[in-house]
Design a protein around this ligand. Structure first.
Ligand code: SF4
Length: 567
């Protein structure tokens, strides 16, 4: 059915909100202590205690929508229930959009009922991963469920031209970062800007909810077709936001080879010394030479390892151990992702399976339970086979707790235990991620600090700036900490300390014990606080746009783009 334009068009007053907090606690609306609003602590460094990387990320989807509609709009990110209620009680809106993941459907239900109470004439729009939940229309009281591209949908609903170029908002990738009890630098030059070239992933792995949300296998939505468009966006962000790094939020950025190589050419031509953090499958990564990856500034990659003997084509005939080692030898930090509980996994083989994953010694390791997330092909498969567990609360269907389906060999209780075992083994054997990234950064620095191309040299020197004092102090604190906690890590720590000292000389030798004492006491303080049940909560953001006449949604006026190259 064709979508009927909102009667007020671009004059409609819009509120776009993420679900309310507090998070990281068990409550009736679907918050779970085990499922905090933190990407890393949730599913990557969750057992690393005070070493865990703590950081929040904004709700980029609603920020993208806000940047691309001309209607007056407000974004509320991470409101409390009271703040959200007050906003809709005290301000009149024509449209309220809510974004959510599936486990938070209870919060969406609550927000919809509040909107119906305070603003009965308002149109309620729900998007994000929760929109893929089969039968969502009956679970919540919304007017529109938007699957896939929210920018195009909102433009259509408001009567705007859908084909207008997508304006990329200026967003810092993380906030509230801390590790080892220390606040991470908030200076723009130490932070990455978010870059979203496309959404979805055409690889279409059967369990992947992101791919499913944007059409599944063979489908994705490209916001920017050319490397030139990306280059201009990145140059603008560099100038306005003072960043050198980009967190490329695109599930398979390197898959779009022509675009990536065009970006590389422009980076070379304009001598851009940028760092790129990307997501990529192993097969696609291997289709580039190391020279190309280094030239593109690849400094961090999130890559699916999935599991020993997995049958995903993105991994076929690839030696992932060799690949990880090679990337790290060139200073590229690797976040490997493994699945616990593939259909072939059996309890007697789990230690072997976990050891296989851990033996990659990636800088970070995400472990996830094989989970039929509602809306994915895997979910349909289990539904048709009748192997979904009926009584599992959606708030617990996030891959970090327990199975939501009947596995042929592993029970629901065992699944959670194996998952935790994997995280613990990785931490025990490979140590904190901060230790591992120190090693990778140092390898890159030593290899490229005198590289013939100035922009490459500059990047590695910039990334290596934290090594002689910051990371050396962290290693000193780690050595002290693990002497009593896990002495098996000491050889790794001390050998790295020696390498740092050999590379940076006296400055490191003198600075490490002084800085190390400060880090060690912060680490102990943090550990104590966490043991006492301290929870991290994101700050609340309220951002308004287009409420004044004649303001442009992007706010971009002073920046001059590079002309499009002739093809
Ligand atoms: S390659 Fe990664 S992003 Fe793409 S479908 Fe598979 S799991 Fe999803």
């Amino acid at each position: 059915m064709a979508l009927r334009r909102h009667p007020k068009g671009t004059q409609a007053r819009i509120l776009l909100s993420s679900v309310f907090g507090p998070y990281a606690q068990d409550d009736e609306y679907g918050s779970r202590a085990i499922n905090p609003m933190e990407l890393y602590h949730n599913q990557v460094t969750r057992v690393q205690g005070p070493f865990s990387l703590r950081m929040f990320h904004r709700s980029w989807g609603i920020m993208m929508i806000q940047a691309n509609i001309s209607a007056p709009s407000t974004v509320m990110d991470f409101p409390s229930l009271d703040q959200f209620t007050q906003e809709i009680r005290d301000n009149e809106y024509d449209i309220i959009g809510i974004t959510s993941i599936v486990p938070n459907v209870g919060k969406v239900r609550k927000m919809c009922s509040l909107i119906r109470h305070y603003q009965p004439r308002c149109t309620i729009v729900v998007g994000g991963h929760v929109s893929n939940l089969p039968g969502i229309e009956d679970r919540i009281d919304a007017d529109h469920i938007v699957r896939g591209d929210g920018i195009a949908w909102f433009r259509r609903f408001l009567g705007q031209n859908e084909a207008e170029p997508v304006v990329h908002p200026e967003i810092y990738s993380g906030f509230g970062g801390r590790a080892m009890g220390m606040k991470l630098s908030r200076r723009p030059q130490d932070t990455a800007a978010v870059l979203i070239p496309s959404v979805g992933c055409p690889m279409g792995c059967n369990f992947c909810s992101t791919s499913a949300m944007f059409g599944g296998k063979g489908n994705f939505v490209n916001f920017y077709e050319t490397g030139w468009e990306l280059f201009n966006i990145m140059s603008r962000m560099e100038e306005r936001m003072k960043v050198h790094s980009f967190f490329v939020m695109d599930e398979n950025f390197l898959l779009h080879r022509k675009r990536a190589l065009e970006l590389l050419d422009l980076m070379k031509h304009h001598k851009k010394s940028w760092s790129l953090d990307v997501f990529s499958s192993a097969r696609v990564l291997q289709s580039y030479s190391m020279e190309e990856l280094t030239g593109l500034g690849l400094s961090w990659v999130w890559m699916g390892l999935e599991g020993a003997n997995s049958t995903y084509s993105k991994l076929s005939r690839i030696d992932t151990h060799e690949l990880v080692k090679d990337l790290q030898a060139h200073g590229i930090r690797v976040l490997g992702s493994s699945i616990i509980g593939l259909e072939t996994h059996t309890p007697d083989k789990m230690d072997e399976i976990i050891d296989y994953a851990v033996s990659h010694d990636t800088d970070f390791h995400q472990f996830m339970l094989y989970t039929p997330v509602p809306g994915t092909p895997l979910y349909e498969e289990h539904k048709n086979k009748g192997t979904l567990l009926e009584d599992v609360d959606l708030a617990d269907t996030h891959g970090q707790f327990a199975f939501n389906f009947r596995h042929p060999h592993i029970s629901r209780e065992q699944s959670g235990e194996f998952l935790l075992r994997a995280f613990k083994r990785d931490f025990e054997v490979n140590g904190p991620s901060i230790l591992r990234i120190t090693n990778t950064l140092l390898q890159g620095y030593a290899r490229y600090k005198n590289h013939g191309e100035a922009r490459i040299r500059e990047r590695f020197r910039r990334e290596g700036r934290v090594l002689p004092i910051g990371y050396a102090s962290a290693l000193w604190a780690m050595e002290k900490y693990f002497r009593s906690n896990n002495p098996s890590l000491l050889p790794k720590i001390t050998s790295l300390q020696a390498k740092l000292a050999a590379q940076f000389g006296m400055s490191t030798r003198f600075a490490a014990p002084i800085g190390g004492r400060i880090v060690h006491s912060a680490l102990r303080r943090e550990e104590k606080r966490l043991q006492q049940g301290w929870k991290y909560q994101p700050a609340t953001f309220v951002e308004k746009k287009n409420w004044e006449p004649a303001s442009h949604p992007s706010g971009l006026t002073s920046w001059t783009p590079v002309p499009e190259p002739e093809s």
